[in-house]
Design a protein around this ligand. Structure first.
Ligand SMILES: Nc1ncnc2c1ncn2[C@@H]1O[C@H](COP(=O)(O)OP(=O)(O)OP(=O)(O)O)[C@@H](O)[C@H]1O
Length: 305
């Protein structure tokens, strides 16, 4: 089976402005892939290129083994797409709109629309223009999931959703994966990507800066260590230890980041009486900000070919 998404040196410039630069990545069938980046990083540009809504300046994209431009009709039948700015005719009722879109996609059973609307607590009788942003987003989610497409491409899918509905969304993504569907979702919300994605890519200023499994991202991350001693200690004892950085010592309290093995730090600490020890891994959000801010030591590990 070909990759669900295969991008090779994909580049898009808008006049002199960069949109996306040399993006090479694969998304495998059945994978949930999180696509992270701050505002303006190039996430929507990537998604528009996948859907042939814009054309690349150079490089290529293949989606479900097909060419997004030449095979657009065949491809769109197999895709579920939620745009970042999902817009439909506001005069229609939500149910009418979804039935119409369901028929376009080849007779989606009415029960399927009802089931999704029920789970997302969407009122199908409401006119779309009367719906809040979050409820309109639910219409967008139902239309993306309802025909059980091979590939779901979701641009900021949870924007405007309250936490309970976000949870339902995560369940829908997990179910889609169980059924063998592939999900490519962009997000600012690290916690949702962390909860559901197999792999994440992080883009910054149009370039890929990290691509990894959630597990490996964590493994390559650091520990935030706090040690409390019975008596004051001197920073000089710890500052040059392997892996220790951002060290702060105040009286009996030591605070630092630790890369790699904790052995040297623990042995140095054990020369004193230790009354407390805390070591936390950063959540994905913290890691992400490390990549984004371009901390030199993070970039070393973050940069991928
Ligand atoms: N139609 C356009 N004309 C000119 N520049 C554009 C156009 N669309 C996007 N850009 C520029 O390309 C870059 C990437 O934008 P893009 O919308 O892909 O980012 P994004 O990661 O989706 O951000 P956001 O989370 O804010 O939607 C930005 O610098 C943006 O200003």
């Amino acid at each position: 089976m070909p990759p669900a998404i295969e991008l090779s040196k994909l580049t898009k410039t808008y006049g002199s402005r960069r949109g996306l630069i040399d993006l090479t990545l694969d998304v495998q069938p059945g994978e949930v892939f999180g696509y992270l980046g701050p505002n303006g990083a190039g996430k929507s540009t990537t998604i528009r290129l996948l859907l042939n809504l814009i054309r690349p300046s150079s490089g290529s994209a293949r989606v479900l083994g097909l060419d997004p431009a030449a095979d657009a009709v065949a491809l769109h039948r197999r895709l579920g797409y939620l745009a970042g700015d999902f817009v439909v005719d506001g005069r229609q009722r939500a149910g009418e709109c979804l039935t119409f879109l369901g028929n376009l996609r080849g007779a989606v059973p009415a029960d399927r629309i009802l089931e999704l609307a029920d789970r997302l607590e969407l009122d199908l009788t409401a006119r779309i223009k009367s719906l809040s942003k979050g409820n309109r987003q639910k219409v967008g989610l139902v239309q993306a999931f309802m025909h059980r497409p091979d590939l779901l491409i979701l641009d900021e899918p949870t924007s405007g959703l309250d936490p309970l509905v976000q949870q339902t969304f995560l369940e829908l993504v997990a179910e889609a994966r169980e059924e063998g569907q592939t999900v490519f979702m962009s997000s600012h919300v690290m916690s949702e990507v962390e909860a559901v994605a197999d792999r994440v890519a992080i883009i910054r200023e149009g370039r890929l800066v990290a691509l990894d499994t959630i597990g490996d991202l964590r493994a390559r991350s650091y520990l935030r260590v706090r040690i409390t001693f019975a008596e004051p200690v001197r920073a000089a004892e710890f500052t040059a230890l392997p892996g220790v950085r951002d060290l702060a010592v105040q009286g009996c309290l030591l605070d630092c980041r630790l890369d790699g093995s904790p052995d040297a730090l623990l042995k140095a600490a054990a020369r004193h009486t230790v009354t407390g020890l805390r070591a936390d891994t950063p959540d994905l959000e913290e890691l992400f900000h490390g990549y984004y801010s371009g901390h030199p030591s993070r970039r070393e590990t973050a940069d991928v070919a």
